[in-house]
Structures are given as C-alpha cells and as structure tokens.
Design a protein around this ligand. Sequence first.
Ligand SMILES: [Zn+2]
Length: 114
Amino acid sequence: MKEYDETRSVLVTMLEELNNRLDTIIHDVRHEQTPLEKDFAEQATQNENNEVIDYLGNSARTEISQIKQAIANIDSGRYGICEACAEPISKERLAVVPYTSQCIKCASQAGPKH
Ligand SMILES: [Zn+2]
C-alpha cells in the first residue's frame, strides 16, 4: 500500500492533533465544572460554554473515528473506495477530505456534509 503512505502519515498527524484538541476540551470541561462562586448571569454564560465544548468534543470524536477508519482502510487496502456504492473516490476529493468514506455523489445525497 505504498500509494497511500503519504496520506496515511497525514491522517496520523491529523489524529494526533485532534486527540490533543480533545484533551484540551475535556480539560476545559473539568475546569468549568469545578464549583465556583458565581452569580446567576455568570452561571448562564458557563452553561453556554459547556454546550459549545460539548459540540466541539462531539465533532472532534466523530472526526477521530473517521480518521481511524481511514487509516484502517489504508492498512487493509480498502482506502479510497466509497462505502456506499463501492466506486473509487476521486483523488481530488481525497486530497481535500482524506478521511472521507464516501464518494462525492453519495456524500451529497446523504446531506450537506463536507
Ligand atoms: Zn459512492
């Protein structure tokens, strides 16, 4: 699988960065949840922050699982094949979204994602 060696190392780097980002997010959540003496307005802001952190955490986790799957696919020789229609995913698309699991056609049918 020499063809995707470079892609694989890009994905591994992305995975490390995301894991670091997730660690930071989780750390922030813990910090936010430590009991602090705050008035009501500040508590409301704190809740909003937690929602943002939840969202960031969830999207990072989704991306992490997609990247892990892409790396596994490279290792098993299934990388670059659409999981929905089994057609090859275009090189242009893989260059933009290296961890995608669907071709542009299936992805656009599934919804406005990437
Ligand atoms: Zn497809």
